[in-house]
Design a binder for this molecule. Structure first.
Ligand SMILES: [Mn+2]
Length: 459
């Protein structure tokens, strides 16, 4: 009896705390409470989702995770009064009658809440955008959405419902969208994300504050980790992809390693990055991956390590003490799909011209075919140069349109071989400022890569 009283008091105290910040007091018994939760180690999208969900489900109360990203802690310091939340302590021993789960569908990411509840909730609705996660929360009804951020789905639902937001809520939600879409650049960023951002801006979101919340490496340990990881960085090549790897020790588990990986990835001109962090006090190892290539799917590589996230940004926390470094290297040897090569990119049927062709004829051929340049090839098939629109203009200025193309063509031709990866192709085209790159097998031209072929890779 005594313990029940004590507990009631405690709950009453937490309710009182809530009362100060919430407009109406939640007077139901704790066991009837309706709650909103996100994933462990909440990030900005999770916070934005909790905030908007509390508007969409006003009879539900959000609960924050035990650990939160530094940016989330800052947002809560500034805006906490507008986003009242319970803590895990407040919901310990509860039997919520209804639960809304946001920004995850995976049981392992909500375990700390499940462990706190005395009994699993009766009704569970999950709102999530991580299509690669296992939806394994028992008894949950999943509402899946195709956006780059979960806050996007809730912002569009608010808009649809005719709700208006204050500047605090819209700022937090907008920061979540920026964070989860990598400033609208990640694969998976959708039209909906832009529309939600537009609407949130119209609801008074502060871009200055968003920028502040998104500033990188705000914690001293992050800068320290960044510098140590940069110091250990090695570059290796797997299946034509250039992969940077770095492994560092960290005394304990910390939130915000992903941001450190983002900064390293932004600074290094590689295709893929893996940052491995050994968490000394637990014997765990965190693997954070970043990829800027469709052909390098991090989820496939990290699958056997328990990886989760997105094909371009994923992580795995390995707890069983195995040798993660050598296992990752073995996976990198086998799993990734080969990088795109010149042979994949090139056009095989190429219109070429002989060196003796007149410039006026070559320019007419350009008009007819729509090409902006041709390889210049001798009768025996030897490539002797590349003649482009640029050369036509020069000849026109010199009033030499009747001259043969060999007088104006580029003779020191930049070429590549079919096995060159897109990286080398890029280096050659951008480095030499050429729009036509013949692909050679020995002395024989087997194809041509144009600007159009190159742009298709990024479309
Ligand atoms: Mn998210």
């Amino acid at each position: 009896m005594e313990s029940v009283c004590w507990k009631r008091q405690q709950v009453f105290a937490s309710l009182l705390q809530v009362f100060h910040t919430r407009y109406t007091m939640d007077t139901r018994l704790p066991s009837e409470r309706r709650l909103i939760i996100g994933h462990a180690n909440m990030d900005l999208d999770c916070l934005g989702s909790l905030a908007l969900a509390s508007r969409l489900f006003p009879d539900h109360m959000p609960v924050r995770s035990r650990v939160a990203h530094p940016a989330v802690r800052e947002a809560l310091t500034v805006y906490g009064y507008e986003i009242p939340m319970l803590s895990l302590k407040d919901v310990k021993g509860e039997r919520p009658s209804s639960l809304v789960v946001v920004d995850t569908r995976s049981k392992s990411r909500v375990r700390e809440f499940w462990d706190a509840f005395a009994k699993p909730p009766e009704q569970i609705r999950v709102y999530d955008h991580h299509s690669s996660e296992d939806g394994d929360i028992p008894g949950a009804q999943l509402v899946e959405n195709p956006y780059g951020a979960q806050a996007t789905a809730f912002a569009l639902m608010c808009q649809e419902a005719g709700l208006s937001l204050n500047s605090e809520l819209s700022t937090v939600a907008l920061a979540g969208i920026y964070a989860d879409t990598g400033n609208f650049t990640y694969e998976g960023t959708s039209r909906g994300d832009f529309e939600a951002a537009l609407w949130l801006k119209s609801q008074g979101a502060s871009l200055k504050m968003v920028q502040r919340l998104l500033r990188p490496l705000r914690e001293p340990f992050q800068a320290d980790l960044f510098h140590r990881a940069m110091g250990n960085l090695t570059w290796r090549r797997f299946h034509g992809h250039v992969v940077a790897l770095s492994r560092v020790d960290c005394p304990e588990q910390v939130a915000g390693v992903g941001e450190v990986a983002d900064r390293i990835f932004a600074a290094e001109p590689v295709d893929v990055l893996f940052l491995l962090v050994r968490i000394e006090n637990r014997g765990h190892e965190l693997v954070v991956g970043r990829s800027r290539k469709d052909r390098f799917n991090l989820l496939e590589v990290l699958e056997s390590l328990g990886g989760r996230g997105h094909p371009s940004a994923a992580s795995a926390l390995v707890k069983d003490g195995r040798d993660v470094w050598s296992q990752l290297l073995a996976l990198l040897e086998t799993v990734p799909v080969d990088a795109l090569t010149a042979a994949d990119l090139m056009t095989r049927t190429v219109t070429s011209i002989p060196p003796s062709l007149s410039i006026v004829e070559a320019s007419m051929l350009m008009e007819d075919t729509g090409h902006t340049g041709f390889p210049v090839v001798e009768d025996d098939g030897t490539l002797v140069g590349v003649f482009t629109l640029r050369d036509v203009s020069q000849a026109r200025r010199a009033e030499a349109m009747k001259a043969p193309v060999q007088a104006y063509m580029a003779k020191r031709t930049v070429v590549c071989s079919p096995s060159d990866t897109i990286r080398e192709v890029e280096r050659l085209m951008l480095g030499h400022n050429v729009g036509h790159l013949p692909v050679m097998s020995g002395t024989k031209m087997i194809g041509l890569i144009t600007r159009g072929d190159y742009k298709r890779v990024y479309s």
